[in-house]
Write a protein that binds this ligand. Structure first.
Ligand code: FAD
Length: 703
């Protein structure tokens, strides 16, 4: 920072909810000078979002904190559907279905409240940024969320938008006093009862009072201060009422629904037998309840209270009449003849669902919006927080690689083309799901007004795939080499690279590694030490691309010849590995080369591979963590990876994975030219100082 209060950052993030924290987390991983500010003086301690999709857990795992969520959360295994008995009208359990579709992920859906998830992010951001930014003047302390800071002015110089080195964004930030930044209870949660509404410390969750006290002291010292920040990039992750979005004049399109919902987080006292299962309960005529069993003995009830049709003039319902008692009374009617009450209530709220999506997710690929700032919908399917985090997960590595100068700005257009479609799918899904959930069950097949319970079950099952997050399939672009129409931006511009630079995948070589989707995971063994790894565990989110060579049966002479030819090209000083990696950086910092072969493990050593697959480091010697084998493990069975990935065992294939684990390209094992062409479409050649990717090193080192 300069003395006059001006400061420069690569990335400024407004809003420290799930979306903003995910962005800051990427920046901390990639060592990008960033600041993240939030108008709130404290973080969330209970309530709010809670469901974590299996894809979100995969993402957390790639950032090394998946285990924390997995251990602390409540795991949801089964969904029970309760409906009126056709004869008596009394609710009964009519079906059970698995909560997560078996075998779609190595994780299953879990629930844990937003405050804990934010905690994991804060720890990860702090730890990683202190490591990656320790040598960057002014950033030695890493990245910390700055609470009680609010932007008051945003200026953008669009003439500088395409200049990589420019800081076209200026934001005035004001530091609030402790009092100003404290959230007003009644305004945010309709709370008139003095009950916690999600912003105070919960006595069930272990948390961090010390940190809060420190924060508020720091806040007082800076209160009232104003500063101007000049940024290369800005992310508005400031929620549904996004200030950033409003400054840009961007709108959300869609509508408010008629459904009013109450949410109650309680430790229930009940004789309802499935209270520890996720349940969808449709009563004959009193409405529906969704039961979500939670961590710490809690259960969340989502209850439809009324529709605005019941309210005079179709206007908004009178929210002052909604309180924990009235929500509970509705639940009691719906769940009758079972009894339900509570002694402890952790949090509650009520809301009217709006289903809206933003037209523009970015201004000139300099200012971006993510999360609730660009899509709002009902929380019942547990999607909001997940999709919001995944927006920023999609964006973070792209911005980081452009700031670092390894990718051109062309890849930034794919943020909107990829994520806007997901947001629209989400709204469509939510629309169908809400209607089915909120409707009255049909009495019989002739009851057209009512909701068919068979239709509900089938929608639930189909919805489960969508809701898992693993079905995301990104369209063709400069970073997704698949055939098909060009993907359009919301504004009609296309996001494909120049035709001559584009390559198209040979999808049939790896039938289950779908271009545009995330890399599925099966177990493989490390060639050097026989340890089994879930393949996804090798794909850490650290900003690197990966070329995965399914080398096939390298004991076959013809296959070995192909592999050697590939190795030679890769180790050439002019290979894409060498051209796109800055000379002072580690060999796997931009593109990491991995191999999975199918010959028997015990017949092979790493030295059967070209040296580029086990790179040399002058300090550490050979790298033993790049070559893997599809073989039987001693203790964890057989992953049968080639079969499960749909890859031919003898001849294999090659796959390019993006830094976010999405599949970018599939082709022949030795199709070096396509790989080179693919990377050349968006990567920036680095000034070369005679870097050679291990070319010819091995002989010299071992003499
Ligand atoms: P937010 O979480 O809203 O975060 C925005 C952040 O920006 C906040 O910290 C805010 O203080 C800050 N901010 C706002 N304006 C400014 C400004 N001008 N300057 C500085 N900072 C600012 N999702 C689920 O997945 N499952 C659920 O069960 C679920 N239940 C929900 C229940 C309720 C009552 C609500 C309201 C939401 C629920 N959601 C649920 C949705 C989920 O909470 C959101 O989708 C998710 O939090 C969105 O993340 P975000 O980071 O985009 O925005």
């Amino acid at each position: 920072d300069s003395a006059d209060g001006r400061s420069e950052v690569d990335v400024l993030i407004v809003g420290a909810g799930p979306a903003g924290l995910m962005m800051a987390n990427w920046m901390s991983r990639c060592g990008i000078r960033s600041r993240i500010v939030d108008k709130r003086g404290t973080k969330i301690f209970n309530g709010q979002a809670d469901g974590l999709q299996c894809r979100t857990l995969e993402i957390f795992d790639s950032f090394d904190f998946g285990h924390r969520a997995w251990i602390e959360s409540n795991h949801m295994l089964e969904i029970c559907l309760w409906n009126p008995d056709p004869k008596t009208g009394v609710i009964h359990r009519s079906d059970r279905i698995p909560d997560t579709i078996p075998n779609i992920s190595r994780f299953q859906q879990v629930v844990l409240h937003q405050g804990r998830i934010e905690r994991f992010f804060l720890d990860s951001i702090s730890e990683n940024s202190k490591r990656t930014l320790k040598d960057v003047p002014g950033w030695e302390g890493g990245i910390q969320v700055e609470h009680g800071v609010i932007p008051t002015l945003l200026e953008f110089d669009d003439k500088q938008a395409e200049d990589n080195d420019a800081y076209p964004i200026s934001v005035k930030l004001r530091h609030l006093t402790e009092e100003e930044s404290r959230p007003k209870q009644s305004a945010t949660s309709l709370n008139g009862s003095g009950l916690q509404d999600g912003l105070f410390r919960s006595n069930l969750a272990q948390d961090d009072t010390e940190e809060m006290l420190e924060k508020s002291k720091a806040l007082e010292a800076k209160a009232g201060k104003e500063e101007t920040v000049h940024a290369k990039y800005l992310l508005g992750a400031d929620g549904a009422h996004s200030w950033v979005r409003n400054q840009l004049g961007f709108k959300l399109q869609g509508e408010s629904t008629d459904y009013i919902w109450g949410v109650l987080d309680i430790v229930p006292i009940t004789d309802f037998p499935d209270i520890r299962m996720r349940c969808a309960i449709h009563s004959e005529s009193s409405g529906s309840v969704m039961v979500i069993p939670r961590e710490n003995k809690l259960v969340r009830l989502y209850i439809q209270l009324t529709t605005t049709e019941n309210v005079e003039g179709g206007k908004k319902a009178d929210r002052s009449k909604i309180n924990p008692e009235s929500i509970l009374a509705s639940a009691q009617r719906i769940m009758s003849p079972y009894k339900i009450t509570y002694r402890y209530c952790d949090w509650w709220t009520a809301y009217q669902i709006g289903q809206r999506v933003g037209n523009n997710f970015s201004l000139k690929e300099r200012i971006f919006l993510a999360g609730d700032a660009v899509h709002t919908h009902s929380p019942k399917a547990g999607q909001g927080m997940n999709v919001s985090m995944q927006d920023a997960f999609n964006l973070g590595w792209k911005v980081a690689s452009v700031v670092k100068g390894t990718s051109t700005r062309s890849i930034l257009k794919t943020y909107q083309s990829e994520r806007r479609k997901i947001a629209q799918d989400l709204i469509d899904f939510d629309h169908r799901f809400s209607r089915l959930f909120s409707g009255r069950p049909a009495k019989d097949v002739l009851d057209e007004e009512g909701i068919s319970m068979d239709e509900f079950k089938s929608a639930f099952q189909k919805g489960n795939l969508f809701a898992s997050g693993v079905a995301v399939d990104y369209g063709a672009s400069v970073i997704v080499a698949k055939a098909g129409d060009s993907t359009e931006q919301g504004d009609g511009t296309e996001v494909l690279g120049e035709e001559k630079l584009r390559v198209i995948s040979e999808q049939e070589l790896a039938k289950e590694i779908k271009v545009g989707m995330r890399m599925p995971s099966f177990k493989v063994l490390n060639q050097a030490d026989a340890r089994p790894w879930h393949f996804q565990e090798l794909l850490k989110s650290n900003g690197t691309w990966r070329v995965v060579v399914f080398a096939g049966n390298i004991k076959s002479a013809s296959q070995k010849t192909r592999l050697d030819a590939l190795g030679e090209k890769l180790s050439s000083p002019t290979s894409f590995l060498n051209r796109f990696t800055p000379p002072q950086k580690r060999y796997d910092s931009v593109i990491e080369l991995l191999a999975v072969h199918s010959a028997p493990r015990q017949d092979v050593t790493i030295f059967d591979f070209p040296a580029v697959f086990h790179p040399w480091d002058d300090t550490d010697g050979w790298d033993y963590w790049k070559i893997f084998v599809d073989d039987v493990s001693y203790h964890e069975g057989y992953g049968d990876a080639y079969k499960n990935y749909g890859v031919e065992r003898e001849t294999g294939c090659a796959v390019i994975l993006r830094p976010d684990q999405y599949v970018a390209w599939v082709g022949e094992v030795d199709d070096y030219e396509s790989m080179d062409k693919f990377f050349s479409g968006f990567m920036v050649e680095q000034a070369r100082k005679g870097r050679a990717m291990n070319g010819g090193k091995e002989g010299a080192q071992l003499k």
